[in-house]
Design a protein around this ligand. Sequence first.
Ligand SMILES: [Zn+2]
Length: 253
Amino acid sequence: MIWSVKNWHKNHILEQEKIPDALWSKLIHMRCLKGLNQEELTRLREYATLFLHGKQIYGAHALEITPVMRVTIAIQACILILNLSLEYYENWIEVIVYPGDFLLDYEFTDHFGIVHHVRNAAVGEAWLSGPVILSWQEVENGEHTGHNVVIHELAHKIDMLHEGANGCPPLHTNMSARTWHRVFSTAYENFCRQVEQLQDTVIDPYAAENPAEFFAVLSEAFFESPLEIETHFPAVYEQLALFYRQDTAARWR
Ligand SMILES: [Zn+2]
């Protein structure tokens, strides 16, 4: 009974709040959707519609949120969970969009008991059980830079579902936590060494910050430049493909 009511409700939303054709066809050419087949695109459109129904997207600093902005964010958020489920995004509802960089202003106490006051310019932020915060300028720039701040922040959200942001999302039963940790730790250590030695890196050196950032930056690249990840981080690529249940590199070939 509950299932059928839920299903009826879902179908009602999909009908009533369907993303308009013109808007949809304008937005499906983004990099991270490259190579998706018709069935996948249809499912993505449904997920994006349900995502928009369930989330509240606000503009900060008087930014007006247009339908293009809403649908762009929803599509990029849903590409991550295309073969998982919307349940991965269930424990939060707000997306706050700033026109450009925004200032993070917070305090934390270190293990010596000293309180630090941090003020940083940021382009994205994800809070545990709280909002996702994005810079619209960064979302727009992404099409040229290969960065994807939406994918990055939503990867943090997924990572946080298992023991907080530590670079290990809730793995599926056909995956091994041991393999995941071995593969990611080895890749992370090598990567940090490269960054320390100021070598050119395939992904943003910011990924050396901590294992959570490493996972988020690699998730971005898994969707935005999968062939490079497959070539330079083959073991990591394999784990990401198992987790997201997508073979993005195959779509690009
Ligand atoms: Zn991050």
